[in-house]
Design a protein around this ligand. Structure first.
Ligand SMILES: [Zn+2]
Length: 423
């Protein structure tokens, strides 16, 4: 039996928590293209308004993907008793496509034993539902609390967050003073506190050639062969160097504690035939070949040097390899983000985990990025973590699920954090 009315209040909301998570999963907010964003915001707004919260609907007009067919709607709900700090829970409401391999309807939100199955169950509608239940139980049990609780449901995290948290941060919604502590209930698991993430640089490298008849390739210059040389340089020179760079960040899984580079795609020569086009390919020497690099860098590395390292490799080929010409284009970049281990939201969450789960939390960092980057870099708010129920490896998988017990445990942790930071 739980004798603290706050924690008892969370546990007594078990059926409500399950129903809420199911309702959220049943609104298919698939991104791309960004479906049903207004619908999920309206659903949540109705719940918040009925309990006396203020709500704001914010559309990120002009953000990538925003259109009248697929508007980028965000919701921010606030419950304030008076002056004092603001604790903000930010969840993205978009989910990725179901993909293949499901053995259940991805949007039916079926409950089986302790699990709720569905696209977004773990990433991250389970976390959103847990934070709402935690906040509602907290407000009911501690009506005299000081400050404000905010919950946002934001668009497009799965595609970079530009129609969501980046837009809101630019508009000042995450400015320190307005918001003091941010918890992002991403599925890092109920006993782990995620302090931040590595950086990202995507770039497209194109090698140039000269078209000629494929029966006389010596009359042309093959961009694909030039790209082969690039790939060989990456294999032989760059990968061994990257593997030696270790970060102090507690990135999980362990393999992501070094610098990494993935080659996301390679395209060269003739364009892919259109579906239904049964014609044979024509014999041509490729005059262009492109790869997309996905370089994940460490907080100890500087982005300009990360870029320069790749350029040097390409310039060396330009000096040594006859006919080698290239272009490189930046596609996307994100700076690493890492919250201090002794930041208030970190220590408060750590204490709450110890109390609810009777064990020390594990401090981790994420191999990929999430919306913390915008809160940190645009909002200039460093007191931010990711903490929420769900197992990260289930995210984006078929038969994704979230544990009901895990949601309840992390809702209890979140309620204690509110109690600690808003007393
Ligand atoms: Zn997510």
């Amino acid at each position: 039996m739980e004798d603290d009315p706050l924690l008892a209040g969370v546990l007594s909301r078990r059926a409500d928590l399950i129903g809420l998570a199911q309702d959220l999963i049943r609104i298919p907010t698939v991104n791309p293209p960004g479906q049903n964003y207004r619908r999920i915001c309206d659903y949540l707004a109705a719940r918040f308004l009925a309990q006396g919260w203020e709500v704001d609907h914010i559309r990120a007009i002009g953000a990538p993907g925003d259109s009248d067919a697929f508007p980028r709607w965000n919701l921010i709900a606030r419950f304030q008793t008076g002056p004092g700090p603001c604790v903000h829970f930010n969840s993205h409401h978009d989910v990725v496509e179901p993909g293949h391999g499901w053995t259940r309807d991805p949007f039916a939100a079926t409950v089986e034993g302790d699990r709720i199955y569905g696209r977004g169950a773990c990433d991250m509608k389970g976390g959103l539902a847990a934070s709402i239940i935690a906040a509602e139980a907290f407000i009911a049990a501690r009506p005299g609390f000081r400050g404000a609780v905010e919950i946002s449901a934001t668009a497009d995290e799965e595609s970079g967050g530009y129609g969501g948290v980046a837009h809101l941060a630019r508009q000042g919604w995450f400015t320190p003073g307005r918001v003091d502590h941010v918890i992002i209930p991403e599925p890092l698991h109920k006993d782990r506190i995620c302090l931040g993430h590595r950086g990202v640089w995507w770039a497209e490298v194109e090698t140039k050639g000269r078209i000629a008849h494929g029966s006389m390739p010596f009359l042309g210059d093959s961009a694909i062969r030039h790209m082969g040389a690039v790939l060989q340089e990456i294999e032989e020179r760059l990968y061994p160097i990257l593997a030696t760079r270790q970060t102090e960040m507690p990135v999980v899984p362990e393999g992501a504690r070094t610098s990494t580079l993935n080659i996301n795609s390679v395209h060269g020569g003739q364009v892919e035939p259109m579906p239904g086009d049964t014609s044979l390919p024509a014999p041509c020497v490729a005059d262009s070949c492109r790869i997309v690099l996905d370089r994940r860098f460490l907080i100890e590395e500087a982005l300009p040097e990360v870029k320069a390292e790749v350029r040097r490799l390409l310039d060396r080929l330009a000096e040594t390899r006859p006919g080698f010409r290239y272009e490189i284009r930046d596609l996307f970049e994100v700076q690493p983000s890492m919250t201090d281990r002794d930041a208030p939201v970190v220590s408060s969450t750590a204490r709450a985990i110890e109390r609810v789960l009777s064990r020390h939390p594990e401090f981790v960092a994420s191999p990929g990025t999430y919306d913390q980057k915008h809160i940190d870099r645009i909002g200039k708010l460093g007191n931010c973590i990711a903490y929420g129920p769900g197992l990260l490896h289930l995210a984006h998988q078929p038969d994704e699920w979230v544990g009901i017990g895990d949601m309840l445990d992390s809702a209890r942790v979140m309620a204690l954090v509110l109690d600690d930071l808003l007393r």
